[in-house]
Design a protein around this ligand. Structure first.
Ligand code: PG9
Length: 588
């Protein structure tokens, strides 16, 4: 690198390849592990599925440890910001990408001088960073489930609510260069561990990780201040010209970075007047599942075939071929390739979203919360509210207990976004609204937006909104899915940030306040015979830290007596029509 630091890079060159393009990934998770799925002298066995397919298609695979991790020299900074106010050095992921590509095109004789960057999550982040000041040999990029904005909706926070579940990651990644140590909680069911610890800072003290630099940064920046805004990758790329074709890959049930890919696509889209250089793939996957060998199911939900292999064969490899091979043929891929969950079909769209409030091919349509737990297409004619008591001493769990820590080898963390929500529906602190049985399909393609009116007896509150597909009571083909409540889009909003994410303010107790919560993107068909459900609750524990429900300066360091019960009301009336604006493309 330009500062003399050496970065460990594995370069896999299938025998006999000449004038071949390089697919280049930069990872904090071990470049050695990334290329060794199994011990073998055959790359088709040794490499994980996605790399093996690329190698068979004529690509050189290069995987590098980012600086300071595993076998690379230098210092490690979590998602190191660009050189500038947050990074006083002369190096960042943009310079390290540039310097590495420069080295490879000069030193790998089998290479044809064209490089594509690719990676998942943290590797999606480094892929996007390669676009900040792209090396001339960089001709294509595939960021997959990238970390883009740690406050708005990727790993650290969602709309200001802190994701405690990644305290494991912090420990695993920043206590040791080679990640040898897994965090040990005092209980297998960490629900109890978190409850006992009180606040997040209390837990960090117990675990002895309160001095880790990234943890201190989180505690110092609970709001969407300049620290987060200036390193949000979508904002960074929006301010630069688009020089390299990009294929963004999004997972509809991404349990870690459900914000990043569509946000980066949307930020770059205005720079692509020909609608051919900035494309999007939307698949029915968990985090990273598009690169896995099996994309035929997620938890109990079946996709009628290997959707991951389909995307790699029909979209990923043709995309790289077009831009990286000598005389590569046009890929003919659509601007947007989207899998429709519920229908299990792929679509070619010329844009995303397909439906929104205005300016899209289809207009979004509101579905309204109403009396007696009803949900319907007409606005309420009379006033009313649904009430529940949110008690921080008995928070609503995000899955059924026992809840294992994220990195517990027995955890099924990757599947929680498709968990049957019946366990929550029956709690007294969750309110549920459900439609009549649908007499025709309702198809969605875009971003549902919850616009709701609520009051609380407290001065701060979290609001969790879940959009759910309720399966028919009799599901002949899969009896075990009868009545299943499949989450389609769920998210959380920390009430103190309702007006200004950068400057939290108390919620006026007892007043009806309007909230807007943008839910994750959906590409889904609610089939005839199904019902649409909305659940609302005020905690989602221990995935997110508890809101004390009394306004405090910094929730990370809340004291035990700051946590108070609150009476919550969700209002529905002509004046306060709480609703979800659904990106409908076909329906009643
Ligand atoms: N979601 C992980 C991550 C990305 C960026 C920062 C911290 C964590 C990952 O899967 O890489």
């Amino acid at each position: 690198m330009r500062d003399g630091v050496k970065l460990h890079t594995n370069i896999v060159i299938p025998k006999g390849l000449v004038r071949a393009p390089i697919v280049f990934a930069r990872t904090p998770y071990s470049a050695d592990r990334a290329i060794s799925a199994a011990a073998s002298n055959r790359y088709s066995v040794a490499l994980p599925a996605a790399y093996a397919e690329l190698a068979a298609a004529g690509y050189i695979i290069a995987v590098q440890d980012v600086r300071g991790r595993h076998r690379s020299e230098g210092d490690y900074v979590v998602t190191r910001p660009l050189v500038g106010p947050l990074n006083p050095t002369k190096v960042d992921h943009a310079t390290d990408s540039w310097d590495s590509i420069e080295w490879m095109v000069r030193n790998v004789p089998e290479a044809n001088g064209r490089v594509g960057t690719m990676g998942v999550s943290y590797g999606g982040f480094t892929t996007l960073m390669s676009l900040v000041d792209p090396h001339p040999a960089l001709r294509a990029a595939v960021p997959i489930n990238p970390y883009v904005d740690g406050w708005v909706g990727d790993d650290w926070f969602h709309n200001g609510a802190y994701r405690q579940s990644f305290i494991d990651w912090l420990h695993w990644m920043t206590t040791d260069k080679s990640s040898r140590y897994l965090l040990q909680f005092d209980r297998e069911d960490v629900y109890e561990s978190w409850l006992k610890a009180g606040s997040v800072s209390g837990m960090a003290r117990r675990l002895g990780i309160d001095s880790l630099p990234m943890f201190r940064r989180l505690v110092a920046h609970p709001a969407y201040d300049a620290f987060w805004q200036s390193q949000a990758v979508d904002r960074i790329l929006a301010a630069r010209p688009l020089k390299v074709p990009v294929l963004h890959v999004h997972s509809l049930w991404d349990q870690e970075d459900i914000y990043g890919a569509p946000a980066a696509y949307a930020a770059i889209e205005p720079k692509d007047p020909g609608n051919d250089a900035n494309s999007l793939v939307i698949g029915p996957w968990r985090h990273g599942q598009s690169s896995a060998a099996d994309g035929s199911r997620l938890g109990p939900i079946d996709f009628d075939g290997n959707s991951s292999a389909w995307y790699r064969r029909n979209v990923l490899i043709p995309f790289f071929d077009q831009y990286l091979k000598d005389g590569g043929p046009p890929a003919g891929i659509a601007p947007v390739t989207a899998f429709e969950t519920g229908a299990n079909v792929w679509h070619r769209y010329d844009r995303w979203p397909m439906s929104c409030a205005s300016g899209c091919p289809f207009a979004a349509r509101a579905i309204y919360l109403g009396a007696d737990g009803s949900l319907g297409w007409t606005a309420p004619k009379q006033g009313g509210f649904a009430e529940y008591v949110s008690d921080p001493a008995r928070p609503v769990t995000y899955r059924q207990r026992p809840i294992l820590s994220t990195f517990n080898p027995r955890s099924t963390w990757g599947d929680w976004l498709v968990d049957d929500q019946r366990f929550a529906e029956t709690r007294p602190d969750v309110v549920t609204f459900v439609s009549e049985v649908l007499t025709q399909d309702v198809r969605l393609a875009g971003q549902p937006i919850a616009k709701f009116f609520a009051s609380t007896s407290g001065t701060d509150s979290d609001w969790v909104v879940k959009l759910i597909d309720v399966y028919p009571n009799e599901h002949a083909a899969r009896p075990e899915l009868s009545g299943y409540e499949l989450p389609i889009a769920m998210d959380i909003l920390r009430g103190r940030y309702r007006d200004d994410p950068a400057r939290p303010t108390p919620i006026p107790a007892g007043k009806v306040v309007g909230y807007t919560l943008k839910l994750p993107q959906v590409s889904h068909r609610f089939g005839k015979g199904h019902r649409i459900m909305v659940q609302i609750q005020s905690s989602w524990f221990p995935l997110y830290d508890r809101n004390p429900q009394k306004f405090v300066a910094n929730i990370f360091t809340a004291q035990p007596d700051d946590y108070v019960r609150a009476t919550q009301r969700i209002h529905f009336s002509p004046r306060h029509p709480s609703r979800i604006e659904l990106p409908v493309i076909a329906g009643p």
